[in-house]
Design a protein around this ligand. Structure first.
Ligand code: SAM
Ligand code: ZN
Length: 208
């Protein structure tokens, strides 16, 4: 297995004209505007190890499902960027329920772009929209609770915000398998990916 850089410390050498990484009240490190930023400005590119979803599953198969920390960003149904390995400081941009930027994919590359005016020193954040999985643990909303602090906070980094009722979940599963599509990767409905995926979890349960 590849050595995994926990990615906890921001680089000292990376030099961003638009943001700097420092401790955040939201979580760990965050990205803060170094000057007023205009809507539409490109803040950075999200970089890291480009791998398949299967490789990400394998890489994090031993990941504790109660740990919500992830640097995985979904590019499309084939590719995930793992900023835990070779990632740049864009990996420190936190989730915000009332975001001031968004991710845009251009030719397989992920760019973080301001969606409104951002004032100097304001924390930069986009909506992770972490996908829900059919076999999420019962406490998934607790695990992925949002601490963005906005009056508009929906309380979770997950998307959709509310967990469907068990009956609706069943229907959704049936619909998904019929289409052979998955919210975690297909059509990029979601952006940031959990480390522990369905397959990896099942395997762990089996082997436990
Ligand atoms: C890409 S990292 C962002 C950088 C992170 N703050 C750090 O220091 O490593 C994503 C992780 O940060 C945490 N995080 C980001 N935004 C959050 C929020 N609004 N509420 C709670 N945790 C958050 C979660 O653990 C998430 O999986
Ligand atoms: Zn929030």
């Amino acid at each position: 297995m590849a050595a995994i850089d926990p990615g906890r410390k921001p680089s000292k050498t990376e030099n961003h004209p638009l943001y700097v990484v420092r401790r955040s009240s939201v979580h760990g490190y965050g990205a803060f505007a170094t000057r007023d930023i205009k809507k539409g400005e490109v803040l950075d590119e999200y970089l890291g190890d480009r791998i398949t979803h299967a490789q990400a599953d394998k890489r994090y198969e031993d990941h504790d499902e109660n740990d919500n920390h992830t640097f995985l960003f979904i590019v499309d149904k084939k590719t995930v960027i793992d900023a835990g390995i070779g990632g740049n400081d864009a990996r420190f941009i936190n989730h915000k329920c009332d975001p001031n930027c968004e991710s845009e994919i251009k030719k397989g590359r992920v760019f973080i772009i301001a969606t409104k005016k951002i004032a100097q020193d304001e924390e930069i954040g986009y909506d992770y929209q972490i996908g829900r999985e059919k076999d999420d643990p019962d406490n998934v909303d607790e695990i992925y609770a949002c601490r963005c602090g906005s009056p508009k906070c929906r309380g979770t980094m997950l998307w959709p915000a509310k967990r469907p009722s068990p009956k609706r979940r069943k229907k959704r599963v049936a619909r998904k398998s019929a289409k052979n599509a998955s919210a975690r990767s297909g059509g990029r409905k979601t952006k940031v990916r959990k480390k522990n995926k369905t397959k990896a979890r099942k395997k762990k349960k089996r082997g436990a």
